[in-house]
Ligand binder design. Structure first.
Ligand code: SF4
Ligand code: SF4
Length: 379
């Protein structure tokens, strides 16, 4: 496994980081983790040199931290880096942040976090975290040795990122970066802000919630021609890992096959050549012609008061936009069940401010409904 030294002198981190937000579930509608399968994935990753495990308070509705603490317990504490994040939006005062932090240590069964982040920072949260005294608590915990390295994760514009960076106490930053968002969501400018500040970059959503793995047949063919044995996901992972200053690339893995594929990519890591970068630009052109919704499946927008399963609806819709398989759409849409379907959306907009991708959810949900009205058999 390719390893990189944190800030050139610090601990060695595996270039592949294990994101614990999409672990296999017992029931797709519930957060409970399929423990045996997930443990097998962690063990495989660990045995193949992955030493960076990234969890957070809200992942799997709180169950991810508990799981990863238990899963890594059998390994020496100094052989892996455990990472979690402060959900500052839940803190009204410093005591709340302090309580959450100590609870996280308990849940993960550790005395300290190797890396710790202020979670999902944006313009609004920058103000809120400051007012609630969240940053003071994080700096205090760092002084106490309970946080080894302090950073933040981020979803907003490069201008806001600059303001956050200018706070001056960060050691790294985590941004959404992949070959699609490089220009579409200004990831390149965000990367440049972190580079200019000398902050190592942790990459999240390198495969854009799986979208860069489930490409349309035309794009897949292009990639297959250039690398018959390389999965579409491996191209996306290599794009992120090829950038100088990238410390680790997080992948939120759900199956053992995904772990094996990502490990294979990072064990024999080869940075993209100029020709390969050009090839990915062609894939972006093809992707942009599709009508897919840029949903990563993060579920931050949930729960919808009208019962709509927003990420599921977008996933079924996107699949159709990529392969135009009517039968598959009809099957998946029916299996979702009436209560989760798009027609229940009342455009209340409760979900819109929660979406880090800035998707106009009610408008796009209307597109899903329109498609379902056209394709679903009439009763
Ligand atoms: S806008 Fe639609 S999808 Fe979003 S929360 Fe309201 S009802 Fe649910
Ligand atoms: S609509 Fe937005 S918040 Fe909801 S799952 Fe998709 S990307 Fe995440």
């Amino acid at each position: 496994m390719e390893k990189r030294k944190f800030r050139g002198v610090g601990p060695e981190l595996s270039l592949l980081g294990f994101g614990c937000m999409r672990l296999p579930k017992i029931d797709p509608d519930k957060p409970d983790i399929q423990q045996i399968q997930a443990q097998e994935m962690i063990d495989y990753a660990y045995e193949h040199g992955v030493n960076y495990y990234d969890t957070a308070w809200p992942y799997h509705q709180g169950l991810s931290e508990t799981f990863i603490g238990k899963a890594l317990k059998k390994y020496p504490r100094d052989s892996f880096h455990l990472v979690s994040k402060m959900p500052g939006w839940e803190a009204k005062k410093p005591e709340d942040a302090s309580y959450i932090f100590e609870r996280q240590l308990e849940k993960c069964q550790v005395e300290y976090f190797d890396f710790y982040l202020a979670h999902a920072m944006n313009a609004e949260r920058l103000v809120q975290y400051k007012e609630a005294g969240v940053f003071d608590v994080l700096l205090e915990k760092k002084k106490e040795g309970k946080i080894r390295h302090l950073g933040f994760s981020f979803h907003d514009s490069p201008e806001v990122l600059k303001k956050i960076v200018d706070l001056g106490f960060w050691e790294f930053g985590q941004i959404q970066l992949n070959y699609l968002d490089w220009t579409m969501q200004r990831a390149r400018e965000q990367y440049d802000v972190l580079q200019a500040a000398g902050l190592p970059v942790v990459v999240m959503e390198p495969v854009r919630g799986g979208a860069l793995h489930s490409l349309c047949p035309q794009a897949v063919e292009l990639l297959k021609k250039a690398g018959p044995d390389a999965s579409p996901a491996s191209w996306a992972i290599r794009f992120a890992a090829s950038l100088p200053g990238v410390m680790t690339v997080l992948s939120g893995m759900t199956t053992l096959e995904q772990v094996k594929d990502n490990v294979k990519t990072m064990e024999n890591f080869k940075p993209l050549t100029d020709d390969e970068k050009k090839l990915l630009e062609q894939v972006v052109d093809i992707y942009q012609q599709s009508k897919t919704v840029p949903c990563t499946g993060c579920r931050y927008c949930m729960d919808c008061p009208a019962g709509v399963d927003i990420p599921l609806m977008f996933s079924i819709y996107n699949q159709y936009q990529l392969n135009e398989d009517k039968q598959a759409f009809v099957k998946a849409y029916a299996e979702a069940g009436d209560s989760k379907q798009a027609h229940h959306c009342v455009a209340c907009r409760a979900c819109v401010p929660k979406c880090p991708q800035g998707i106009e959810i009610p408008d796009r949900m209307a597109d899903v409904k329109k498609l379902a009205d056209r394709l679903m058999p009439k009763e």
